[in-house]
Design a binder for this molecule. Structure first.
Ligand SMILES: *Cc1c(COP(=O)(O)O)cnc(C)c1O
Length: 388
């Protein structure tokens, strides 16, 4: 049983049959999102039943796009622990701090969630070769899932990416193209090759199914908090699939009757060296401008232009959330604090959420007694050069 019905353009509302590969909307170029028959799901699918299932994203399989279970490509992704950070609470004099520890996913980051669904769909659609522009974790995850599915992977990486990511992709048998510049430069070359060789492009929001894997973070948080939505979620934002995906999950869960109308205040954290969403949020804009000269140690956040910028900005405002920029120095300090005090060795992107938390506490934007979740999106082990 599965409740996936069609794809819908977020911009113009046009519907598409999901029986062949789609990227963005052929009419207006907007991102496509998977839609489900939630009316019917509401009658059949009970949250108590979900709680008895396997600890992976596939516990929500009726609400994921993959139709045939033999096409599921799984390495054990998802259902990561939501850890009560008791020692950090004491250190920071705060009552309810949780860390959603995504470093415990396959390939050490939350990117495995999105790649599990994207590659499973590629398999279901009969695709043979997949391609991605990525600064690191998305490339590692795609390469791993492509290997597990028996597909050929092509990854386009900035030439100054940490060698740890290249090592991983190589081990998984991907073909690596090192590109001068940053992720947006990689995307240009990758999309030319995609057209030339007819490969499947798995770029953020240009492919509709990564978002579905990412949305499971929202489902898990609700379930792990006993279906009581937290007050604040702090999320390190690059392309924004996590933020957009979780927001979609809350909406779906309300339609399923699993949660009520309450939403967390969503907080975007970006590094000061690349903070287009923070800037646009503060200036009250609906779209973000391209960020020139993007530079940061948090490579996953070095995204100067995001396809879903307007979606993220809408979510931040609708949720009464905010956006915070933190320096690389603040990121390193906070990451070290999380490791020393709480025993979680986060990636810099994950550490950035703690740096943002400290700032928002100082401003009293977060009040004591509120329940706050920090997202550690990956492991610190892939950044040995940063921790010297
Ligand atoms: C990709 C990445 C991010 C940003 O995620 P988006 O969902 O694209 O905003 C954050 N942290 C890490 C470790 C990443 O690899």
């Amino acid at each position: 049983m599965n409740f996936f019905t069609h794809l819908e353009c977020v911009k113009c509302g046009e519907r598409f049959e999901p029986d062949k590969p789609w990227h963005t909307c052929p009419k207006c170029n907007g991102p496509l999102m998977a839609r489900y028959d939630l009316e019917r799901a509401r009658q059949i699918l009970k949250r108590e039943e979900i709680s008895r299932r396997e600890a992976s994203i596939w516990r929500y399989h009726e609400l994921l796009p993959v139709q045939r279970s033999e096409n599921r490509v799984s390495l054990g992704e998802g259902f990561t622990p939501l850890i009560r950070a008791k020692k950090l609470e004491k250190e920071l004099d705060f009552s309810y701090l949780f860390i959603k520890d995504e470093s415990q996913n396959p390939t050490g980051s939350f990117k495995s969630r999105g790649q599990a669904t994207a590659i499973s769909m590629a398999l279901e659609l009969g695709i043979k070769e997949v391609s991605i522009p990525s600064a690191g974790n998305a490339a590692s995850a795609m390469s791993a899932y492509a290997a597990a599915a028996g597909l050929k992977a092509h990854v386009y990486m900035p030439e100054d990416s940490p060698t740890t990511f290249m090592t991983e992709c190589k081990a998984f048998g991907a073909r690596i193209y090192l590109i001068k510049g940053i992720i947006t430069d990689c995307a240009k070359v990758a999309s030319e090759d995609v057209k030339k060789y007819g490969r499947y492009d798995v770029s953020t929001l240009k492919e509709p199914y990564r978002l579905e894997g990412k949305k499971t973070m929202g489902y898990e948080i609700a379930e792990q908090m006993n279906w009581e939505i937290p007050d604040v979620i702090i999320y390190p934002t690059g392309g924004g699939t996590g933020l957009i995906g979780m927001w979609k999950a809350f909406d779906e869960m309300e339609k399923l009757g699993w949660i009520g109308r309450k939403r967390p205040r969503m907080v975007t954290v970006q590094p000061a060296g690349c903070a287009p969403i923070v800037k646009a949020f503060k200036e009250g804009k609906d779209h973000a401008e391209f960020w020139e000269g993007a530079q940061t140690i948090a490579y996953g956040l070095r995204v100067p232009a995001a396809v879903g910028d307007y979606l993220m900005l809408r979510i931040l405002r609708e949720s009464k959330g905010t956006a915070v920029a933190v320096s690389d120095e603040q990121i390193i300090e906070a990451t070290k604090l999380m490791a020393k005090v709480q025993g979680i060795f986060a990636c810099p992107e994950g550490g950035a959420t703690l740096a943002a938390f400290k700032i928002l506490r100082e401003q009293n934007w977060i009040k004591d007694g509120e329940r706050v979740i920090l997202f550690n999106t990956g492991t610190g082990l892939k950044y040995p050069h940063v921790w010297k």
